[in-house]
Design a protein around this ligand. Structure first.
Ligand SMILES: [Zn+2]
Length: 243
């Protein structure tokens, strides 16, 4: 028997679609159940957190995670990938370089430690990183069976040079935004952000989901199109980008 989303502390967003807010960094992991296939969105902040997500996904859906989409290469979203070696992994084109180049891996490790991840855990996670097998430059439709199709869309750059969003059609439609949208605080623009491109990335996100979609941010509560539009305008003002 499968357990419910709520049993494991997940939030059901639509039929067969849910998310959880992971501890410490309040990072979102998303889950979309098809028939015989299950998509996880982001892998958590450590190999052990990835393994926990894997177990919870199986408990909720009754099936192993067959597909993993990485929204962007930051430690709290990708350090759990080692738990999904038997899944088809997707990322925006260029993520492969960030996860394999020595200098980028070292920066990921250092950023994780700066943010409070234990030294040994960060070192282990970086050792176990592997690039996605499938690189998305445009859009990619995934068929998860049972009539469930999702769209992976390379909507960036913005928060990073490699931002991937996931659109799940349905009623309501659900858009997993990665850290292009944050609700629990101002969007984090680190040294790898491309602020001048960020408002346009949010325009593409809004085009994808439309007015009635639910937008799941990388950090914080689920929001609506009006919130995303307001964040777009705030980012444009913050970074001096004209319309
Ligand atoms: Zn991020």
């Amino acid at each position: 028997m499968t357990v419910t989303w709520e049993d494991l502390g997940w939030e059901r967003v639509a039929a067969g679609v849910g998310r959880c807010r992971l501890p410490v960094w309040d990072c979102t992991a998303g889950l979309v159940a098809g028939e015989g296939a299950v998509l996880l969105i982001d892998a958590g902040s450590s190999p052990s957190e990835g393994a926990r997500l894997r177990e919870q996904a199986r408990a909720i859906t009754g099936h192993r995670v067959t597909h993993l989409a990485l929204t962007h290469p930051h430690f709290d979203h990708v350090f759990g990938v080692a738990a999904f070696t038997d899944a088809e992994v997707f990322g925006a084109v260029g993520v492969d370089g960030v996860l394999t180049r020595v200098r980028d891996r070292e920066e990921l490790r250092a950023d994780a430690v700066r943010n409070g991840l234990a030294q040994a855990t960060a070192a282990e996670a970086v050792d176990l990183l592997s690039p996605p097998r499938h690189l998305v430059s445009g859009e990619w439709t995934l068929d998860l069976g049972g009539g469930r199709q999702v769209l992976l869309a390379n909507v960036g750059p913005g928060h990073t040079a490699h931002d991937l969003a996931v659109l799940v059609p349905g009623d309501p439609e659900v858009v997993f935004c990665g850290d292009l949208v944050e609700e629990s605080g101002d969007p984090q623009a680190g040294p790898d952000a491309l602020p001048s491109h960020w408002p346009a990335a949010l325009d593409r996100l809004l085009d994808l989901g439309g007015e009635d979609a639910l937008y799941v941010p990388g950090h914080g509560a689920v929001v609506d199109a009006a919130f995303v539009r307001a964040q777009r305008d705030a980012l444009a003002a913050r970074f001096g980008v004209s319309r």
